[in-house]
Design a protein around this ligand. Structure first.
Ligand code: EPU
Length: 359
């Protein structure tokens, strides 16, 4: 029997710890629960909001659409090919728990993505990435339910149209921003299960400055060292714990802005004015800038507006300075975000795009 819960507090369901309620909420444990919602005459056709781990959202008020809280569980080795272990996980599984489980069971490949907050089902939506690995590099396919028809469907990597912190799930079907016209699934699908292809000829993905520093601590040349997946997993956990706030202690939603991309000409122009700017050349000739550096350069690190703060150790992360008892509001977070965007635009001429979904 499906239970529609009323006026459900969402504070513990979003990693910022913002206070808001869901006017109606249904916990989804399986495809059958979604079918029941769609078949219910009282609920059919009502707008819905799919909630995963709540680690990439800013709640600016009570949520009026019906909240579908995804609690589809389970993780197992589905099959094996010559090249890969195919691991399948329910959308409601905690992302980091899945990473830890794959490493313990000898299926390497997700170690660089350790400690990213959120759920398995949310991971393809923004194509989570860290330390040189993106979800798309390890993705096999996913199952989802079409929220208008109730039909189940499967998408492979090409159909997910992954980009930097981007996928088909972040675009509407008409007039898509990323030049992928015609096909978008924003608000239209609920991801139920995700499959990962974890390589048998695994090689460590090193090369990131923070990882090279870890290797140097062990007193060896990066080229001569072949760390295990477990070793990298442990390093990534150490790096993230040192640099990023633990949402259980200090509420946050990870990187608040995307790292912006500019053309080579634009970058040359900025470098002339700002020689120290942190930038990386991309394969297509464009240049990615470190948003954290831009925000830091504008003097925002450690600053705050009301209870919305800029984290002291990483300017890209906005935090809840009021804790659970006097938490930040979504309005304060967005006011701080807009002020940061304005200063970065005035100084560098660059528009920062925020990453979390504003609800
Ligand atoms: N920097 C500063 N000041 C700051 C922050 C950063 O000068 O306050 C400089 C750093 O010194 C470094 C550069 O900016 O030279 C980049 O910083 P960092 O290596 O910390 O990575 P990032 O570009 O800020 C991205 C991802 C993170 C991911 C890390 C590691 C985005 C939006 N963020 O951050 O992802 O963990 O790389 O791969 O792409 C997330 O999305 O929630 C997230 C944490």
């Amino acid at each position: 029997m499906m239970l529609v819960e009323k006026n459900v507090p969402l504070q513990s369901f979003n990693t910022f710890g913002i206070v808001a309620k869901a006017l109606s909420l249904v916990r989804v444990h399986s495809e059958a629960d979604i079918a029941q919602v769609l078949a219910d005459p009282a609920l059919r056709g009502t707008p819905v909001f799919v909630l995963g781990g709540g680690s990439n959202i800013v709640l600016t008020g009570d949520v009026r659409p019906l909240v579908l809280k995804v609690e589809i569980m389970g993780k197992h080795l589905l099959r094996e090919t010559d090249k890969a272990w195919i691991v399948e996980a329910g959308a409601g599984e905690n992302w980091h728990d899945l990473v830890a489980w794959t490493i313990e069971n000898g299926y390497p490949g997700l170690e660089n993505l350790a400690l990213i907050p959120g759920t398995v089902g949310a991971s393809p939506v923004q194509n989570i990435g860290a330390y040189g690995v993106e979800l798309q590099d390890r993705f096999e396919s996913l199952d989802a339910v079409d929220l208008t028809t109730g039909q189940t469907f499967t998408l492979d990597a090409a159909q997910c149209a992954f980009g930097y912190r981007d996928s088909v799930f972040k675009h509407q079907s008409i007039g898509t921003a990323a030049g992928k016209p015609g096909f978008g699934l924003e608000g239209k699908a609920l991801i139920t299960r995700v499959r990962f292809a974890l390589p048998k000829n695994w090689k460590p993905v090193l090369g990131y400055a923070d990882i090279e520093k870890k290797i140097a601590q062990y007193g060896r040349e990066p080229a001569s060292i072949q760390p295990t997946a477990l070793q990298i997993y442990e390093w990534i956990c150490e790096i993230r714990r040192a640099k990023l706030p633990n949402p259980e202690v200090i509420g946050n939603a990870g990187s608040f802005f995307k790292n912006p991309t500019v053309s080579a000409e634009q970058c040359a122009d900025i470098i002339q004015r700002e020689p120290k700017i942190v930038h990386y050349k991309l394969a297509d000739g464009s240049v990615k800038l470190a948003a954290g550096w831009l925000i830091d350069a504008c003097g925002w690190k450690g600053k705050h507006i009301g209870n919305a703060g800029v984290y002291e150790r990483q300017a890209l992360v906005l935090v809840n300075r009021g804790g659970k008892s006097n938490p930040v509001t979504g309005g304060e977070v967005m006011t701080l975000a807009k002020s940061i965007q304005t200063s970065v635009y005035e100084r560098f001429g660059i528009r920062l795009e925020h990453e979390p979904v504003v609800v």
